[in-house]
Ligand binder design. Structure first.
Ligand code: CP
Length: 289
């Protein structure tokens, strides 16, 4: 059983092996490993990309998805998270995909026997987002060694940033962060975004995670856009071969201006497409044997 909760448990070789298989799917490889299997999709937080690209990945592998809605479920009658997941196992599901607002929610699920694939846990980890980011970077640059990336925005509350900072350092990338002081993470190589943008190979923008803030952000949206937003004038400073990434959803006019979203350097929608291939690879890995 090969569950996936974070990337820190995987060796660099295992990460590269998942990326290689995802690249094969991107190049047209097929598999029917999920034929006859039913995968439960349990999202306790909103999602457009992760939930639906996992579902498409299951379908592309020949399987079927059952989607759970906590708002209309028996959790409203007091059923616990563990008992909900255990129920799907008892119903005969072959694996579960879970997103939950609690960090390391999976520690409660040690007695669950079916593989579990994370769709993100609180501000902890978002392993398949990182894998699709890595696939996009590798397709662009051919390798990771020595690439300079600046992750800009609400680093403190971003599970994407947390997973990426850790795995990208392991892959010998130079990882920097920037954003408002209130979202600065200690020890995360903080730099001045606009002053250093010309040195970066990759600018990865993040949205402000308003749903995780205990009080209103100090800086207003206009101030944020001026200091940390990507607009045409900042875009013009970027290196010739550099790219723009964003895990999305993005807020136009805050961290990224309209004219940059689909500009020539943007790989934002490429990242989303790669999400299906990466999720096919991790599902195949989970369903083998
Ligand atoms: N990037 C990402 O996780 O998007 P969703 O919240 O739409 O799944």
């Amino acid at each position: 059983m090969k569950s996936l909760f974070n990337l820190s448990n995987l060796s660099v070789d295992e990460i590269n092996s998942i990326l290689n298989r995802a690249q094969e799917f991107s190049d047209g490889a097929t598999s029917d490993i999920a034929k006859g299997k039913i995968i439960a999709s349990l999202f306790f937080e909103p999602s457009t990309r992760t939930q639906n690209s996992y579902s498409i990945a299951v379908m592309r592998l020949g399987g079927q998805v059952i989607t759970f809605n906590s708002e209309t479920s028996s959790m409203k009658k007091g059923e616990t998270f563990y008992d909900t997941v255990k129920t799907f196992e008892a119903l005969g599901c072959d694996a579960a995909i879970i997103r939950h607002s609690e960090n390391e929610y999976y520690k409660q699920l040690k007695n669950i026997k079916m593989p579990i694939l994370s769709g993100g846990d609180g501000i902890g980890n978002h392993p398949t987002q990182s894998l699709l980011d890595l696939l996009t970077i590798r397709q662009e640059f051919g390798s990771f060694d020595g690439l300079k990336i600046c992750i800009v925005g609400d680093v403190l509350h971003s599970r994407v940033a947390h997973t990426n900072i850790d795995v990208m350092k392991r892959l010998n990338m130079d990882v920097y962060t920037s954003g408002p002081q209130e979202f600065k993470e200690e020890g995360s190589n903080y730099i001045d975004f606009h002053k250093t943008v010309k040195e970066m190979d990759i600018i990865m923008l993040l949205r402000i995670q308003h749903e995780r803030l205990s009080s209103e952000m100090i800086m207003d949206k206009e101030g944020y856009n001026q200091k940390f937003g990507l607009n045409k004038s900042v875009l013009s400073l970027m290196k010739e071969k550099s790219i723009i990434m964003h895990p999305a959803p993005f807020n136009r006019g805050v961290e990224i201006d309209d004219e940059c979203v689909e500009c020539e350097k943007s790989r934002i929608f490429k990242q989303m497409s790669n999400g299906v291939f990466v999720r096919m690879a991790v599902l195949e890995r989970a369903l083998k044997n």
